[in-house]
Design a protein around this ligand. Structure first.
Ligand SMILES: [Zn+2]
Ligand SMILES: [Zn+2]
Length: 305
């Protein structure tokens, strides 16, 4: 086991322990007190404001002001609001895509960053749209401008995003089954092994309620020597309208001066802790008193680990 691998195992142990409800610092009854250190920032990296999923009967898309209010229950510092840059199943994409500007939404408040980005997908089954593709749902963070287009596979989408400096990952790790997927469904991220091996994705994400197959899939990727970051989000409103941040991502921003760009870079760099229990618990981890998740430890020569 190399030192880097040890670091991965520590990070993953942290994730798994939290998934089983292990509390290191628990602020369940201290709503005004954040459980994380002051250089970590909690956010939801996967939110839709449009009409679809559990909001199919709604007439209006959520406003920035409504989203800001929805950040309060879990005291979120960041929310990535994702336009549907694919088949437009989440309405109305044409209203969301122009809000992708590379800048925080002007309604953002101190300590509450609202930022528009995109999710892209054309499902092989489960929706009635004519165009289909196999691959998965791509989460794109840090776009400078939005667009909507079809592709038969995910690579052109990843390239389009990376060409404008965005960070890309795959959502819905929780929909992967144990073993090799044998059926097509709407959302399973089937192309993650290839695109991760090619270095085209920077993070993988579990959302809605997460699952143990998500963590197993993430372990397999790490055990193959690849190191994408791990993120979590709600996929609101496709999460049965549970509060934003029910699944959330803590990102380490060492200088404490949070920006959306730093938050996204932290995800890509693996400087994250994820929670499936909202903004209630955080598992702090330091190796040699200073090394945090996402960092590497370099030892001289062989030694015990
Ligand atoms: Zn999706
Ligand atoms: Zn989504």
């Amino acid at each position: 086991m190399t030192v880097t691998e040890v670091g991965r195992c520590l990070l993953l142990s942290l994730v798994v322990l939290m998934s089983f409800g292990f509390d290191c610092v628990n602020a369940r009854d201290q709503s005004s007190h954040a459980p994380e250190p002051s250089d970590w920032f909690a956010g939801d990296a996967h939110v839709h404001r449009g009409i679809g999923c559990s909001r199919s009967d709604e007439k209006e898309m959520l406003s920035p002001q409504a989203l800001l209010e929805m950040m309060k229950p879990n005291n979120l510092a960041v929310v990535a609001v994702l336009a549907d840059a694919g088949n437009g199943e989440m309405k109305y994409a044409e209203k969301d895509i122009p809000l992708i500007t590379g800048k925080d939404n002007p309604e953002s408040k101190p300590g509450r960053i609202l930022h528009w980005d995109a999710e892209w997908h054309f499902d092989p089954s489960g929706v009635t749209f004519e165009q289909k593709m196999i691959g998965g749902h791509v989460i794109i963070l840090g776009l400078q401008h939005g667009d909507s287009f079809f592709s038969e596979y995910t690579y052109p989408v990843l390239k389009w995003a990376r060409d404008q400096g965005a960070t890309v990952g795959f959502a819905h790790l929780q929909y992967l089954p144990e073993g090799i997927p044998k059926v097509l469904d709407c959302c399973a991220p089937l192309e993650i092994p290839v695109e991760t091996a090619l270095g085209n994705v920077s993070f993988l994400m579990e959302d809605v309620h997460g699952s143990e197959t998500a963590i197993q899939a993430y372990y397999r990727i790490l055990n193959c020597g690849f190191r994408p970051g791990l993120a979590a989000g709600t996929d609101y409103s496709c999460n049965f309208l549970e509060p934003l941040g029910t699944l959330l991502t803590y990102v380490h921003v060492p200088d404490r001066k949070l920006t959306y760009e730093k938050w996204v870079k932290g995800i890509a760099g693996g400087r994250t802790v994820v929670s499936r229990d909202g903004h209630n618990e955080f598992l702090d981890l330091k190796v040699n008193k200073t090394i945090s998740p996402g960092e590497e430890i370099h030892l001289s020569g062989k030694g015990g680990t």
